[in-house]
Design a protein around this ligand. Structure first.
Ligand code: NAD
Length: 324
């Protein structure tokens, strides 16, 4: 290990919180976790790391956050599920300030490795019009027509990482996450994503005895969902690797939204009457991760079964709701 700190930006969030916990489990101690939220609102807070509240859209905050750092994970972004990103495009694009100022500060502080969390939302919309998807491979991001707002920010920030690497020698690595889910994340309030939202709705139906569920879209749209443990493993492997181009990090277990509801109903042991809200934000019609490149380069790809990951996610959300 090099001397210096590991800095997790967005450490109060879902993936950042899990990453800090995982780094601690591996024996790392010199960790700084940074988020704009007060620690009381973080999903996971460890007293064993330095927890700092900073607005990383600010240049000076980024300089402070990366002081003494050798490794940086940038997981900070103003984001959420489709309900959030389709209605908050300017807010999503402002996250460009976070990655830009972090790259500048990383260069200034001589950071050795810099990770950027990009997204499958960088992929061109015209390649995702049918539920019968052809899995997206890395080259499908160009010619560019990503998700408006959020996807453009991700694509721009990917390129910022590339040019910092090419022009200034900063070692940057980029993963394109495809839908990550698991415990200790958002499950209500408007920023939640499909797996957590479906778990919450099924749990509420079970607890209330009102056996109905509203599904966004017609339920035929397809997706793949990666369990958090696979995300953590892939993120760290990509950062440690010599792979300079952005790499898909996602599951390739394709499921319809109806299929996702079937699984969660099975876990809950109930059957619900479904209604479909065709006016709700639903994103692209179909999306899957082509894992050829990650398999070739790392000899590994995410493989945790949706059923197994959902069981753990459902249990956590159930306990949270019952606790309230
Ligand atoms: P999250 O919203 O749980 O975590 C992001 C964290 O960033 C939040 O805690 C938020 O408070 C923090 N943040 C926002 N603005 C900030 C600022 N100005 N300064 C400091 N902190 C700030 O989201 P997540 O699911 O953990 O996602 C982490 C990263 O992975 C994000 O970049 C996201 O775009 C990317 N990503 C996630 C998914 C997914 O399915 N979860 C998919 C694709 C990409």
């Amino acid at each position: 290990m090099s001397s210096g700190k590991i800095v997790v930006c967005g450490g109060g969030g879902f993936i950042g919180g899990h990453l800090v916990a995982d780094l601690l489990r591996q024996g790392h101690r010199d960790i700084r976790s940074v988020d704009i939220k007060p620690t009381a609102e973080w999903y996971q807070v460890s007293p064993k790391v330095e927890n700092v509240q900073l607005d990383l859209q600010e240049k000076e905050a980024c300089e402070k956050a990366l002081a003494g750092a050798h490794t940086v994970y940038n997981l900070a972004a103003d984001m959420g599920g489709m309900g959030f990103i389709e209605n908050n495009r300017a807010l999503c694009m402002l996250s460009v300030l976070i990655n830009t100022h972090l790259c500048m500060a990383a260069r200034q502080h001589g950071v050795q490795r810099f990770f950027y969390a990009s997204s499958a939302c960088v992929y061109a919309a015209d390649k995702q019009t049918s539920p019968e998807v052809i899995a997206l491979k890395e080259s499908d991001a160009y010619p560019a027509m990503p998700e408006d707002g959020y996807g453009w920010e991700k694509l721009f920030s990917e390129r910022m990482c590339r040019h910092y690497r090419e022009d200034f020698g900063l070692t940057t690595r980029v993963a394109r996450y495809h839908n990550v889910y698991g415990p200790h994340g958002t499950y209500d309030g408007g920023r939640e994503k499909a797996p957590a939202a479906v778990c919450r709705k099924v749990i509420q139906a079970k607890l209330s005895g009102k056996h109905e569920i509203e599904i966004w879209g017609d339920g035929h749209q397809t997706r793949s969902f990666m369990y958090i443990d696979d995300c953590l493993k892939g993120t760290q492997a990509i950062l440690a690797s010599d792979i300079i181009e952005p790499l898909n990090l996602g599951s390739n277990e394709l499921v319809t939204i109806n299929g996702l509801v079937d699984i969660v109903e099975g876990i809950a042991g109930i059957k619900l009457k479904r209604s479909y809200n065709l006016k709700a934000p639903k994103g692209v019609n179909g999306r899957n991760s082509d894992n050829t490149l990650i398999q070739q380069r790392l000899g590994w790809a995410p493989g945790i079964k949706l059923q197994d990951g959902l069981e753990k996610t459902y249990k956590w959300i159930y306990d949270e709701i019952v606790k309230k």
